[in-house]
Design a protein around this ligand. Structure first.
Ligand code: MN
Length: 423
C-alpha cells in the first residue's frame, strides 16, 4: 500500500496560485489524471493532470511521451510514484519548470474531456451494506440481506460500451415493465429513473488468465478512483432482474468523472477495515494485515440535483445526500480485486470496478432515490418547493466527493454530471 512521501506534504504550494486556494479540488497534493483537448477542437486526446483551475498537458510538459493512458496505467507502482514525484516537483513554488510548463497549461473551463482511459470491462459490485439492507427491506422485510452478503462480495458484469464521461446527456430508456397489479407486462418509457452514488475503481496492470491476485498485492493492480453514477431504471429492473440480475435497467448509460484520483493521492485518507464482532470474518483470501489496518478509503460523497426550474431561475443545485465511503462499504477495493480474480479471471488495465451504491446508515445519507423516497412512496421536497420521486426530464444529477484528514490538504474528485433527456 502506498506510503506518504514528500508529494503529500501539507506545506507544499504550487507556483500556480489557483491551486493554493482553500477548498480547491486540485491542490498540488492531488494530481489526478484525465484525457482532454481544447474545447470544440478536433485535436487528439491528450493525457493531463489537474492543478488548480488548469489542466497540465503532460506530453507538452515533457513528462511523458505517450497519449495512451492505459499504457501509462500499466507501468509498475514504482514508476507511477516516480511520475507523481516528477509532476509534483515541476509544479512546486520555485520550480525551474515554471517557464516551460506554464505554456503547457489549459484552463479547465476551456477543455473538454473523454473517458480517462479505455474501459475494456466493467463489473459492478454491491458493497454498500446500508443500501443493500434498505433496498432488501423494500422487497423482503423479514430478511433484507441475502445469506451470502456477508461472505462473498456480490457483483455482476456490466456493460463498458455505454459508460460516458461527465457532462453528457442521455435519453430516458424505454423497456418492458410490469406493475405489481397488472397481469401482463407493458412496453413504455421508464417512469422510475434513478441514480446510484458509487465510486469507480480503475485497474492498473492486469493479471494473467489463471493467475489470481493475492490480496496482499491487490493494490498494486489499482490505479485510482473516480466517481460513478450507475443510472438505474427501477421499473425495468424489477421486472427483468430475476434470475440473472440487472440487464437493460442498467446498461443504457453510466457516468464517470473525467478525473482518476490516484491511489498515491489517497494515501493520507486511508482508514481501518473492521468487521463487527458478530459478523463473519472475511475468508483468508479476502483478509490480510494491510487490508485490516488501511484497506478502507475515507471519502466524503455528495449528491446534488439541478432541475430545469433551478437552471432557469439561476439557482444552485440542491444537495440530496452526503455519506462517507468508509462507513458505507462492507468490502474494500483490495478485497474486490482479490475476489474478482480468485477463480483465475483476468483483469486488464483500465477495467472499471463499481463499488455499489454507497449509502450511509441514516435515511438522509441514501445514495439513490429508491431509498430516499422509500421505493417511490415518499416524494422528497427540494428547497425551491419542487418534489421528486424519481428523475424527471431535464434533471441534471451531480456527484461530488472530497477527502480531508488532520495533517493533510483536502483533495477533491471534481464531479460526475449527467442530464436526463426525454425518451
Ligand atoms: Mn450499481
Amino acid at each position: 500500500m502506498t506510503a506518504l512521501d514528500t508529494t503529500h506534504d501539507p506545506k507544499l504550494r504550487s507556483w500556480l496560485t489557483s491551486a493554493n486556494t482553500a477548498g480547491c479540488d486540485f491542490p498540488i497534493q492531488n494530481l489526478p489524471f484525465c484525457r482532454f483537448r481544447r474545447l470544440g477542437s478536433r485535436e487528439s486526446w491528450r493525457i493531463g493532470t489537474a492543478i488548480g483551475d488548469q489542466v497540465l498537458d503532460l506530453r507538452a510538459a515533457g513528462v511523458i511521451d505517450t497519449d495512451d493512458m492505459n499504457a501509462l496505467m500499466s507501468t509498475a507502482p514504482v514508476e507511477r510514484r516516480a511520475l507523481r514525484a516528477r509532476i509534483s516537483a515541476g509544479l512546486r513554488e520555485g520550480s525551474a519548470d515554471l517557464a516551460a510548463w506554464d505554456q503547457a497549461l489549459l484552463p479547465q473551463a476551456q477543455a473538454e474531456y473523454t473517458l480517462p482511459c479505455r474501459i475494456g470491462d466493467y463489473t459492478d459490485f454491491y458493497t454498500g451494506i446500508h443500501h443493500a439492507t434498505a433496498v432488501g427491506k423494500l422487497f423482503r422485510p423479514d430478511q433484507p440481506l441475502m445469506p451470502n452478503y456477508k461472505w462473498v462480495p456480490i457483483g455482476y458484469h456490466g456493460r463498458a460500451s455505454s459508460i460516458v464521461v461527465s457532462g453528457q446527456a442521455f435519453k430516458r430508456p424505454r423497456g418492458q415493465t410490469k406493475a405489481p397489479d397488472a397481469s401482463t407486462p407493458s412496453f413504455e418509457l421508464s417512469r422510475r429513473l434513478d441514480y446510484e452514488l458509487e465510486l469507480g475503481f480503475i485497474v492498473a496492470a492486469g493479471n494473467a488468465l489463471g493467475a489470481p491476485v493475492p490480496i496482499q498485492q491487490a493494490e498494486d493492480h489499482l490505479f485510482g478512483v473516480c466517481l460513478l453514477n450507475d443510472w438505474s431504471a427501477r421499473d425495468l429492473q424489477a421486472w427483468e432482474y430475476q434470475p440473472l440480475g440487472p440487464f437493460l435497467a442498467k446498461n443504457f448509460a453510466s457516468t464517470i468523472s473525467p478525473w482518476i484520483v490516484t491511489m498515491e493521492a489517497l494515501a493520507p485518507f486511508r482508514a481501518k477495515f473492521e468487521r463487527p464482532p458478530d459478523d463473519p470474518q472475511p475468508m483468508p483470501y479476502l483478509d490480510c494485515v494491510g487490508n485490516r489496518e488501511r484497506g478502507n478509503l475515507d471519502i466524503v460523497l455528495e449528491v446534488w440535483l439541478e432541475t430545469p426550474r433551478m437552471r432557469e431561475a439561476g439557482e444552485a443545485p440542491a444537495q440530496l445526500s452526503r455519506s462517507r465511503s468508509a462507513q458505507a462499504a462492507y468490502w474494500t477495493a483490495a478485497q474486490l480485486i482479490a475476489h474478482h480474480t480468485v477463480n483465475g479471471c483476468n483483469l486488464q488495465a483500465g477495467d472499471l470496478l463499481g463499488s455499489g451504491t454507497l449509502s450511509g446508515a441514516s435515511a438522509d445519507q441514501a445514495g439513490s432515490l429508491l431509498e430516499l423516497t422509500q421505493g417511490g412512496k415518499q416524494p422528497i421536497s427540494l428547497p425551491n418547493g419542487e418534489r421528486r420521486t424519481f428523475l424527471e426530464d431535464g434533471d441534471a444529477l451531480i456527484l461530488r466527493a472530497y477527502c480531508q484528514a488532520p495533517g493533510a490538504v483536502r483533495i477533491g474528485f471534481g464531479e460526475a454530471r449527467g442530464t436526463v433527456l426525454p425518451g
